[in-house]
Design a protein around this ligand. Sequence first.
Ligand code: PEP
Ligand code: MN
Length: 442
Amino acid sequence: MSTALKHARERIDDIDRQFVRLLARRQQIVDEVAETKAETGRPARDASREDQLLDRIRSLADEAGLAPDLVARLYEHILAHFVQRQRRRLGRSDASTGKEPASRDGDRAASGPLRLVEEGMNGSRTANETHNGPSASVSEGAAASPVETETTTDAAAETGWPPRLQTSAEQEAADVDVESKPYRMAARSQNPDGTVVSIRDGLAVGGDDPVLIAGPCSVESREQILRSAEAVARAGGDLLRGGCFKPRTSPHSFQGMGREGLDLLAEAGRTFDLPVITEVMEPDDVPLVADKSDVLQIGARNMQNFPLLKALGETDAPVMLKRGMMAEIDEWLAAAEYVLAHGNPNVFLCERGIRTFETATRNTLDISAVPVVQERTHLPVVVDPAHACGTRRWVPALVRAALAAGAHGVMVEAHPNPDEALSDGPQSLPLDDIAPLARLFR
Ligand code: PEP
Ligand code: MN
């Protein structure tokens, strides 16, 4: 290598070092802002401040001769990460100051399996440590900064184990027979870096931080969904769930509150500054639900409802596609392909258990679907352990399993009074159990 080239590369390396250190410094200040917000009770996100910041970044980029769009996109990712970090810190500051979430059920320490989960976490890997990718270089860059102790070490980057999923050799292996697959746009090779689905408020699914989606199976009343939202927000959860149009096996079971439920869910989301997710069952309902909900869920029973998939493809709303209980992974990805092929790229997947011969659990959580899906598609994948196992005391262990497997998030059901829930009570957590679960994410 010529000396000139070597020197030029050293200068580039030096700039990268400074850049990462500055990012670490920025993160430190963002953390200070989070502390102030926690003290003053302000929410993690200030949308107008973000808009102003992005405008400023664009004009700075322009003045510096850089493409404003490129730099703005970079900043959007940085902001998304930091906002999510602030949300978590705000949630944690409630827990760490002993200021328990203002639950109307009264204070209650984590009990039973949740306590076991928390104890089990001591000294074990965190979710971050199981994630490969860009976080590795940020940790490295932060090493010389004052935030060193705050920054999680990426064990995988240091030890080479577990292996990264998308090495080029593995990628090639996964793509060998892409021609024979019933999907093309969803294939990993279309976006080897992985798709990040932006929701709103800087929240994204598919980035380095796994998301926590929590809330009741069904919206049942204003009080029930507001109390649930409060618990999710205080725990530092990312999205509030609540079914309004319910796919029930029996026509005699509670069918959901429909439009009224949608309004209540949207109100609860607004009140606690949480994006919301709810299921849509009919193509005709798509515009209505897309208007009220930040993410549209396609339930397991509708995974191959092709008119519904097409209707969702015609929107640009984020879609969470659950795996059908009898669906092979490639059938699931082909269903996602319908949404993509009809024009909507904002899709993420949700593994929720499949039917097997086993009867001890409601379904069988196919945890292996997480790495398999990540090899075959660029779409993010989250895990819903509650519908898989059907029993609340098994949920925390499966949340840990999902995070360890590298899922981009987890969805759980929680209810102010699970024993009286109108749907899926046995698998719903009491609201006080959301916060200890959320701590598994940090
Ligand atoms: C739900 O999320 O409440 C639900 C009905 O899930 P699934 O479609 O996975 O059964
Ligand atoms: Mn449910």
